[in-house]
Design a protein around this ligand. Structure first.
Ligand SMILES: C[S@@+](CC[C@H](N)C(=O)[O-])C[C@H]1O[C@@H](n2cnc3c(N)ncnc32)[C@H](O)[C@@H]1O
Length: 250
């Protein structure tokens, strides 16, 4: 008899690390939802090739902890924030945040239909009613009135160069809102290019948080961009142009 298909790999709980590093810790029911998310990703991964990170401790750190740590103090905000996750892939950072903050309303966008299909089927199975999956290129979403200038928070992790991420994210954020770019290493060249790009997009870099992940000690930078003016209708440019001619290099 093959028992491996029915056995479930348990995620570590690591309550003390959650608490000490981000001053937040999942409740018992949130922990069960995080476990269900992990089980669903690992099961679907065999067909869909969603992520190379499947070992439980690495998944905990690089997908769960990282997703939640990226929003910093906001994780403790009970406000009903309207959030968009750009290039969400299998749902990161969007799904862990939807579990952590049920008051938030999250739109998760990716251009790959099979990944968004995974999110659409998984979110209700783990009890989430605050997730809206969308299959689209983000350049099109950014020019759509239903989404443009509508969000308190735009999140983008591991999608493109930093100035491209700014062009994807800022048109979606309302004045007074914030775009958060999740990055690993951070260079002066990126900082210079980003400064030139955000001026054109109606934003200003308000904070750069540098921290290390708690288990593997990997470097993270989260770039917070405050939206101070409406983005000119010219941005985002047509599909493919932001990556071909990144802002700041023009
Ligand atoms: C490396 S994955 C990162 C996924 C997820 N954010 C994470 O950190 O695990 C990049 C994702 O961005 C999506 N993507 C890239 N460019 C995009 C665009 N212009 N519009 C929508 N999705 C895009 C890809 O389809 C892919 O799923």
């Amino acid at each position: 008899m093959n028992t491996s298909s029915s056995s479930t790999t348990e995620l570590p709980q690591l309550a003390k690390i959650w608490q000490e590093t981000i001053d937040w810790c999942p409740t018992e029911s949130q922990q069960l939802q995080l476990q269900s998310l992990y089980t669903a990703v690992v099961a679907a991964n065999q067909q869909l090739n969603l992520t190379r990170i499947t070992e439980p401790t690495e998944f905990w750190e690089k997908h769960l902890w990282d997703s939640i740590a990226g929003v910093g103090e906001l994780i403790k905000s009970p406000s009903a924030l309207k959030v968009i996750d750009i290039g969400t892939g299998a749902g990161f950072p969007g799904l862990p945040l939807a579990i952590a903050r049920t008051e938030w309303d999250l739109t998760l966008v990716d251009s790959t239909a099979k990944k968004v299909g995974f999110i659409s089927s998984t979110a209700p199975k783990i009890g989430l009613t605050n997730v809206h999956p969308v299959v689209s290129r983000i350049e099109d979403v950014g020019q759509n009135k239903q989404h443009r200038h509508q969000y308190d928070l735009a999140l983008i992790r591991a999608v493109a160069a930093v100035n491209v991420c700014a062009e994807y994210a800022l048109p979606l954020v309302k004045i007074g809102g914030t775009a958060i770019l999740y990055r690993g290493n951070w260079t002066q060249e990126e900082a210079d290019g980003l400064e030139l790009a955000v001026v054109k997009l109606g934003g200003e870099v308000s904070k750069i948080d540098r921290f290390n992940t708690p288990l593997s000690n990997s470097i993270r930078h989260c770039i917070y961009i405050h939206k101070i003016a409406d983005t000119h209708p010219y941005y985002p440019r047509n599909v493919g142009i932001p990556t071909q001619k990144p802002l700041g290099l023009l």
